[in-house]
Design a protein around this ligand. Structure first.
Ligand code: SIN
Ligand code: FE2
Length: 216
């Protein structure tokens, strides 16, 4: 077993029932994650998707794994091929899988086997409006979200859009896992503040691991 996470001293902060922040959990493996991410996006480049409502998202996205999250004029969907290249999405790098496995176990969701990883790139001003992750058929599987580079303010609420929100700063190497009673909680990212991070320059990246299978 690769000992990538051994020299980390992460700590856990409960976020909501079924949701936890694993602070600095991915810090030891961050450089390797970023290197692999760079390889993925050479094959399936970052692009700003257009929502069904005609809005161009400020966050640029790509994917790796068997399926990737995309938009089309009818809605949101997971597809086996990258619509930009017409080819399958790049394979999920082994280090991505190992990090996701370790994080899901640490958060109390053993057995999570993601087949999709959405990669988000935020530049200053980019944001992700409040939304639920609800395009996955099996909501018993959690979401594992890895923050890399510049810090950003994450908003996490309840099952209704109008529920109160907590605001948390997510920093390089922080991992958030939400599932169970929190699986459909609204969440989003406030506009990224300009800055420079040694690992990512003037950007923030986020990897979100999902299972898109009907059952596991
Ligand atoms: C997401 O909601 O899919 C990503 C959240 C983040 O960038 O931290
Ligand atoms: Fe999300």
């Amino acid at each position: 077993m690769l000992d990538l996470f051994a020299d980390e001293t992460p700590w856990q902060e409960p976020l909501a029932e079924g949701a936890v922040i694993l602070r600095r959990f991915a810090r030891a493996s961050a450089a390797a994650l970023i290197k692999q991410m760079d390889e993925v996006v050479q094959l399936s480049p970052f692009r700003q998707l257009v929502t069904p409502g005609g809005y161009t998202m400020s966050v640029a996205m790509s994917n790796c794994g068997a399926r990737g999250w995309t938009t089309n004029p009818q809605g949101y969907q997971y597809s086996a091929k990258d619509p930009l290249t017409g080819k399958p999405w790049p394979a999920m790098p082994q280090i991505f899988r190992e990090l996701s496995d370790a994080a899901s176990v640490a958060a109390g969701y053993p057995g999570f086997a993601p087949d999709a990883c959405l990669i988000n790139r935020y530049v200053p001003g980019a944001k992700l409006s409040l939304h639920q992750d609800k395009d996955e058929p099996n909501l018993r599987q959690p979401i594992v979200s890895v923050s890399l580079g510049l810090p950003a303010v994450f908003q996490f609420g309840g099952l209704k859009r109008s529920d109160p929100l907590v605001r948390i700063m997510l920093e390089h190497g922080d991992v958030v896992v939400w599932g169970g009673p929190s699986r459909l909680c609204y969440h989003g990212i406030l506009p990224l503040k300009p800055g420079y991070h040694p690992a990512t320059g003037e950007a923030r990246y986020n990897l979100t691991f999902r299972s898109t299978r009907k059952s596991d």
